[in-house]
Structures are given as structure tokens and as C-alpha cells.
Design a protein around this ligand. Structure first.
Ligand code: 2BA
Length: 104
């Protein structure tokens, strides 16, 4: 069994999550914040059998969009950072081994 940890834009998550449900997958949604931009994103946890990983990955690939976002300039007392444009996502996926799966 594998655990897919997927970080994606909140709007894309609203599309991806029902698509996963339609295909019979279970998912847990976490409201998260990106460390770099400090704006909200969504983290989805999807545990599934190894043979389904490609199908799950394809759903994320199909419904997640890349975005260009400007990280505003910050003035932290005497330390200034310039505004910066970064490309976010579509989705960032990590696939991990699951050693146990219990329900009580
Ligand atoms: P953020 O940390 O807010 O990062 C947003 C985007 O800013 C990133 O897009 C990347 O293009 C850029 N970025 C991130 N860290 C940077 C840095 N130190 N210097 C310059 N640019 C940087 P994505 O790579 O598509 O990541 C989207 C979100 O996925 C991230 O939001 C973060 O929440 C998560 N993420 C990405 N890579 C991760 C990793 N290795 N571990 C944990 N979370 C990750």
C-alpha cells in the first residue's frame, strides 16, 4: 500500500477531491500553508494499493494547473527582500510506503 501526499492550490483541490471520490478513492483534506509564499494551499492524503498510484497521479495531473504568483516584497526592519515571481504547482506529490493499515 502507498500513501500519496499531494499539495495543491485550494481551487484545484475542489475539483480533484470529487474526481477522486468518483473513482472510488478515499482522501483526507488538510488546510495547509506554503512555507515560501505563506498563502493557503491544500494537502490531500490518499492511501491506496500500489497498482492504483498511476491512476491517482493522472487525476492530479489532469485537474491541477500551474500558476504564476508574485511573492510581495517584505521590509523586515532593516532587511528588505525584493518582489519575486514564482511558478506554483500544479500539484506536488510525494508517494510513500505504508507499513500498516488498521481500522478499529
Ligand atoms: P510554497 O512553499 O509557498 O512555495 C510556492 C512556490 O514558490 C513553489 O512552487 C516554488 O516555485 C517556489 N519556492 C518554494 N520554495 C522556494 C525557495 N526556497 N526559493 C525560491 N522559490 C521557492 P511548488 O514547488 O509548486 O510548491 C507548491 C507548494 O508545495 C509549496 O508552497 C509547499 O507548500 C509545497 N511543497 C513544494 N515542495 C515541497 C517539499 N519539498 N516539501 C514540502 N512541501 C513542498
Amino acid at each position: 500500500m502507498k500513501l500519496i501526499i499531494a499539495i495543491l492550490n485550494n481551487d484545484d483541490a475542489k475539483v480533484v477531491t470529487p474526481k477522486l471520490m468518483e473513482e472510488g478513492f478515499s482522501a483526507t483534506t488538510l488546510n495547509t500553508t506554503g512555507g515560501f509564499l505563506r498563502v493557503g494551499n491544500t494537502t490531500l492524503l490518499v492511501a491506496t494499493e500500489e497498482e492504483n498510484v498511476d491512476k491517482v497521479r493522472d487525476i492530479f495531473k489532469k485537474y491541477s494547473n500551474t500558476r504564476s504568483v508574485v511573492k510581495p516584497a517584505v521590509d523586515l526592519q532593516d532587511k528588505e527582500t525584493a518582489a519575486e515571481e514564482v511558478t506554483v504547482g500544479g500539484a506536488v506529490l510525494f508517494v510513500m510506503d505504508v507499513k500498516g493499515n488498521f481500522k478499529f
